[in-house]
Design a protein. Structure first.
Length: 428
């Protein structure tokens, strides 16, 4: 099988900014797709992975013809994947990128992925192909892969088969068999865990130590919540009251306290030590809780470092007119998404540790329960993300929140504001 190894990017994804969600989802799917050893053995020319995939951000960086950097990235891409929709059909940037590939004589390396509308439609509002695709002569017409017809997973698999130059029907059926095999293994593992949980009994726990764990965990959670609230206030000020941004920035910077960070770390370390001792878990989820405690300890310091950096970039963005005009609203919007996910992550970590203990005296009007309620009320915004599911289900939510945060960070990295900030730093 013929392969091409001279390209920097396996593919270039061209899309309208209005369709960015599906574009980033496709990029993530392609770069994470694992080629089975048996498939690589039967097709020795296959690559180890389909990466990197270049995401086009032309819709976000101004008007005019293709920039030289984008032309270079198109030249360095083996394939051009076009996210086709009525939005992209109207995008001059998408059309320019397709036209550039066509003029280079690489029509066979263009893959239209239809997510909405219809190609060659009599209704201009439904047309999903950009003019450069519609203008192809009949012998070069491209049919495209219809996401609505096949569903997102199979449509992505068909894109992968095209990128690898494999027979599409063969590759789709092979993928279906592989998914069934993995599902069988997953169900078998769940059954084994279920049997083990029935056989094994929870370890008895020391109620006094459990009280200390609860108080330490709650104190740490409150400190993290205050840190989150301070940065949230700064971001909201940038979005809704920009004339007072520098004043709010000073308030944010004045909040940093080495002593506060040390106290929080000490409390969370104590919590982790108690959990690790195995004396405080009244349920069989001890391994989950130990891992979560370690994450909770790291959360305060990690947030402080990351929020400081985000705040520095935000300060530059708000005070540099060109950067504020080009990237300000997008950067602030992505920061708000991250704050929402951070509140979910912190609340879920706290819930996994504490919810198993919220029985007995914590459920009545005792002094301990009142103290608990008073501390929780000091971070009401973050508490809105607490939910009523048990700790085991919360752990599944935690995985999803982390994946969404990673995707959000990826979009934040591609919006251009960091490049502008780095250029400013280097210029000093």
């Amino acid at each position: 099988m013929e392969t091409e190894t001279s390209f920097k990017y396996y593919a270039f994804i061209s899309y309208s900014h209005k369709d960015q969600e599906i574009a980033h989802k496709l990029q993530k799917h392609l770069e994470k797709y694992h080629l089975s050893s048996s498939l690589k053995k039967s097709n020795p020319g296959l690559p180890k992975k389909l990466s990197p995939i270049f995401i086009d951000t032309s819709d976000l960086i101004g008007k005019g013809t293709l920039k030289s950097a984008l032309q270079e990235n198109l030249d360095n891409s083996n394939y051009l994947i076009v996210i086709c929709s009525p939005n992209s059909a109207k995008s001059p940037y998408v059309n320019d990128e397709v036209e550039y590939f066509v003029k280079a004589g690489r029509v066979e390396h263009i893959i239209p992925l239809i997510i909405d509308g219809a190609p060659h439609s009599n209704d201009p509002e439904l047309e999903c192909f950009p003019p450069a695709l519609l203008a192809l002569p009949r012998e070069n017409e491209l049919l495209g892969i219809d996401l609505k017809k096949y569903g997102s997973h199979e449509a992505f698999i068909r894109v992968i088969a095209t990128l690898l130059r494999l027979d599409i029907n063969y590759f789709v059926s092979r993928d279906a068999r592989e998914r069934k095999r993995k599902l069988f293994l997953f169900v078998s593992m769940l059954m084994a865990l279920l049997i083990a949980s029935i056989i094994m009994r929870p370890k008895p726990y020391d109620e006094v130590l459990a009280d200390k764990v609860m108080e330490s965990s709650l104190s740490g959670y409150v400190r993290v919540g205050r840190q989150w609230k301070n940065f949230r206030d700064l971001v909201y000020c940038a979005a809704n009251n920009p004339e007072n941004f520098n004043q709010q920035l000073k308030i944010y910077k004045d909040h940093f306290s080495t002593e506060e960070a040390a106290r929080t770390k000490e409390l969370l370390q104590y919590l982790y030590d108690m959990m690790k001792s195995g004396s405080v878990m009244p349920w069989s989820g001890k391994p989950i809780a130990q891992r979560v405690c370690a994450e909770l300890i790291a959360l305060y310091g990690n947030r402080e470092i990351q929020y400081k950096f985000f705040a520095s970039v935000l300060e530059f963005t708000m005070n540099d007119l060109e950067t504020r005009r080009d990237y300000g609203s997008q950067y602030i919007g992505l920061l708000m998404e991250i704050l929402e996910l951070d509140a979910n992550i912190a609340s879920t970590l706290f819930q996994i540790v504490c919810v198993p203990h919220l029985t007995g005296k914590y459920a009545d009007n005792s002094a301990t329960a009142q103290k608990f309620a008073a501390l929780l009320s000091s971070v009401p915004e973050q508490n809105e993300h607490l939910h009523s599911e048990n700790a085991k289900n919360a752990d599944e939510h935690l995985v999803l929140f982390k994946e969404e945060r990673g995707d959000c960070l990826m979009r934040l990295n591609s919006c251009g504001v960091f490049n502008a900030y780095s250029s400013q730093i280097r210029g000093k």
